[in-house]
Design a protein around this ligand. Structure first.
Ligand SMILES: C=C(CC[C@@H](C)[C@H]1CC[C@H]2C3=CC[C@H]4[C@H](C)[C@@H](O)CC[C@]4(C)[C@H]3CC[C@]12C)C(C)C
Ligand SMILES: C[S@@+](CC[C@H](N)C(=O)[O-])C[C@H]1O[C@@H](n2cnc3c(N)ncnc32)[C@H](O)[C@@H]1O
Length: 362
């Protein structure tokens, strides 16, 4: 074979390998997103790196100041512009954890965790249900399909609204699922306009839990049920153990959290805004299977993804800054796994609340 033929063969082979690496290996484990589709939300290509730096600068501010509390929704919005595509690409359309279920896929475990909400809040055909912090709508579609209710989701991030609407249309569920862009700390919905409500791993972004719980209480009809899966530190967390503190701060920094709350504070907040607490339970406790195994099993895939985002950036197919965001998520995955293994953190402290029926009007 002469040199030209050799070079041509090598070029074809290289192109084939690149195609396989990017389009075949690079597709999401849950179909839909590919490495070539990483857009970084509504941030223009040239601003991704700046926005990432801006995101980190939030953690240099002193905690618990009114000024930083007010800035939280905008900072959370920036975070979701940076991570939404990577989440969809590497995790799927449901942005939450689930207890692992023996002999069942991650997809099944995710659906089981979401459908539990239907039973808890007794969502039924004809009901109007609120999804507080809906992401790109994975849970909303599962819950609407399972219950026959109409689900209205709210998210602070405009890009997620467009993704969620597009997924709803593709799933043929746009008649049952509605998505609005807004702040769950001051929602535009009428008082007493929902039969039920839920939030899955979303209210942890609120600087003051009472603010979002009070809003949910306001828009629920009397007698309506609300369930939340909360991110909290457990009773095993020791504030004087530097390793514990490092893990919890790592989780806060990598997940846009203004500060994790303790498990035993949640029910008090719910009661303070007027709810009756029906039941609360950490869904991560045995017999539930560990929620963090999916993160651990993904290590090889993370390496592949790192190579992919680096290649994409080199080829200018992905904006500068994506590699840093991916690196941040990789670090976060280690802190989350550590939080799960040590038991100092749970992303699924479940609290079920009821808005009391006003005795005067009953
Ligand atoms: C509820 C929240 C988000 C929870 C999870 C959906 C996400 C938390 C950490 C994320 C990830 C970490 C590692 C990424 C990996 C390096 C990359 O290659 C592919 C995507 C990841 C697996 C990514 C996926 C989503 C998470 C598991 C918070 C924000 C309140
Ligand atoms: C980790 S995601 C979970 C999404 C969804 N519940 C799921 O499980 O797929 C958190 C969601 O909360 C939303 N969120 C955070 N703060 C918000 C706020 N102040 N107002 C509205 N949505 C908010 C984010 O935009 C995001 O959609």
């Amino acid at each position: 074979m002469d040199t030209a033929a050799l070079l041509a063969t090598a070029a074809v082979l290289a192109a084939g390998v690149l195609y396989w690496f990017i389009w075949v290996m690079g597709s999401a484990e849950v179909k839909g997103k590919r490495a070539v589709d990483l857009k970084m939300g509504s941030i223009t290509k040239d601003k991704v790196q700046d926005k990432y730096k801006q995101y980190w600068s939030f953690f240099r501010r002193p905690k618990d100041t009114v000024e930083s509390s007010e800035k939280v929704p905008a900072f959370v919005d920036t975070f979701y512009n940076l991570v939404t595509d990577i989440y969809e690409w590497g995790w799927g359309q449901s942005f939450h954890f689930s207890p692992s279920v023996p002999n069942r896929s991650h997809r099944d475990a995710t659906r089981i965790h979401e459908e539990r909400v239907v039973d808890l809040i007794k969502a039924s055909p004809g009901h109007r249900i609120l999804d507080v912090g809906c992401g790109v709508g994975g849970p909303m579609r599962a819950i609407a399909a399972r219950s026959g209710s109409t689900v209205v989701g709210i998210t602070i991030n405009e890009y997620q609204v467009s993704r969620a609407r597009s997924h709803n249309r593709k799933a043929g569920l746009d008649g049952a699922c509605e998505v609005v862009c807004g702040n769950f700390l001051e929602m535009s919905f009428e008082d007493c306009s929902f039969d039920g409500a839920y939030s899955i791993e979303a209210t942890c972004h609120a600087p003051r839990l009472e603010d979002v719980y009070a809003e949910i209480y306001r828009v629920l009809k009397p007698g309506g049920l609300y369930v939340s899966y909360e991110w909290v530190t457990t009773g095993l967390f020791r504030a004087d153990d530097p390793k514990h503190v490092e893990t919890i701060q790592g989780i806060e920094r990598g997940d846009a959290l203004p500060g994790l709350r303790a498990q035993d504070q949640i029910a008090g907040v719910a009661r303070k805004v007027g709810f009756e607490v029906v039941v609360e339970r950490d869904l991560a406790l045995p017999p539930a299977g560990p929620w963090w195994t999916r993160l651990k099993m993904g290590r090889l895939a993370y390496w592949r993804n790192h190579v992919l985002v680096s290649v994409m950036t080199l080829l200018r197919l992905a904006p500068k800054g994506v590699v840093e965001v991916h690196e941040m998520l990789y670090e976060t995955a280690k802190h989350l796994t550590n939080g799960g293994e040590t038991g100092i953190f749970t992303p699924m402290h479940m609290i079920l609340c009821r808005k009391p029926i006003d005795k005067a009007s009953a």
